[in-house]
Design a protein around this ligand. Structure first.
Ligand SMILES: Nc1ncnc2c1ncn2[C@@H]1O[C@H](COP(=O)(O)OP(=O)(O)OP(=O)(O)O)[C@@H](O)[C@H]1O
Ligand SMILES: [Mg+2]
Length: 284
């Protein structure tokens, strides 16, 4: 098991490069008594695809929500393209060039496919600002064709689509925008193998163009090794591993997770034993 930091030890921040688009230093986040993130150090280079890994509840979505302006960090600093970055809202983050597909998707069920694709950046006619539905429908068709995913009717409400189709729309909306940084929270979760492969192709195409930088949360290691240049693993509120995918392996990532389960089981047993001893003392 390589550079995974043992629990409880201070974690050294990942090396950063001059072409970092995004840099996160010592970011922590608590929700009342719950500490979701303890000390996150992270960087993202231009054109890079970073896979963010971690167990359920590790804090991956929380980190994405901090990066995209939805949550404020409890402490720590962030830098975007060399400038201090303290977004107060998702809109502000978007205006600075960071766009997000959330785990819970954020599509508007009652709106059509193409209206969802243009949510918050609706095309309007001039001089009277009616929605330019013809243009939006045409551009929506083009954006979806680029993903390769088949959504036959663009004028039906998205409530009538499958989970995978909804996810495809959310991803297509984001990648067809002009963001510098794209955050994807489990973009393949609801997708079948074929749709997932199309989204991975789309990400490979963006990577080849080298203009946008991507952070995506994935659970399937095969996808990680297929799509990502680098992986960062969150454990116990810190980045416990940060490596180029070429320098790690499915076995190494598995070992780390197995070790985490072993520690968690041990801690649970110790807690039980302490509680039993306490009960014994009280009974004596
Ligand atoms: N708004 C919130 N209020 C209170 N606690 C929260 C909130 N959001 C997240 N948490 C807590 O923070 C921790 C991290 O949650 P988060 O959703 O970031 O995990 P995750 O790594 O994305 O997990 P999953 O893989 O299941 O999506 C959890 O203990 C969760 O209960
Ligand atoms: Mg999550």
């Amino acid at each position: 098991m390589a550079d995974a930091a043992p629990a409880g030890l201070p974690v050294v921040g990942p090396s950063s490069a001059p072409d970092d688009v995004l840099r996160v230093e010592h970011v922590a986040k608590s929700f009342g008594p719950i500490t979701a993130l303890r000390d996150i150090n992270l960087h993202l280079r231009k054109g890079e695809v970073l896979g963010l890994l971690g167990d359920n509840g590790a804090g991956k979505s929380t980190l994405i929500k901090i990066l995209c302006g939805f949550h404020r960090p409890s402490s720590g600093t962030m830098w975007l393209k060399g400038e201090p970055y303290t977004p107060k809202s998702v809109d502000e983050a978007r205006a600075r060039g960071i766009d997000t597909v959330f785990q819970d998707l954020a599509l508007v069920d009652e709106l059509s496919v193409y209206h969802n694709l243009f949510l918050r950046r609706e095309r309007v006619l001039k001089p009277i600002p009616f929605l330019n539905n013809v243009l939006m429908r045409r551009e929506a068709r083009k954006a979806l064709e680029e993903t390769g995913i088949n959504i036959p009717r663009l004028d039906v409400p998205v409530a009538r689509l499958s989970g995978g189709q909804r996810q495809a729309i959310a991803v297509a909306r984001t990648v067809s925008g002009d963001a510098d940084v794209i955050l994807l929270d489990e973009p393949l979760a609801a997708m079948g193998a074929k749709e997932g492969a199309l989204i991975l192709d789309l990400i490979a195409r963006l990577k080849a163009e080298g203009e946008v930088s991507i952070i995506m949360i994935l659970h399937n290691y095969v996808h990680v090794f297929q799509a990502c240049d680098r992986v960062s693993l969150i454990q116990e509120g810190v980045i416990a591993l940060d490596k180029a995918t070429a320098e790690t392996s499915i076995e190494e990532l598995n070992d780390i997770v197995v070790e985490e389960y072993r520690r968690a089981r041990q801690a649970a047993r110790a807690e039980e034993a302490a509680a039993a001893a306490q009960a014994g003392d009280n009974g004596a």
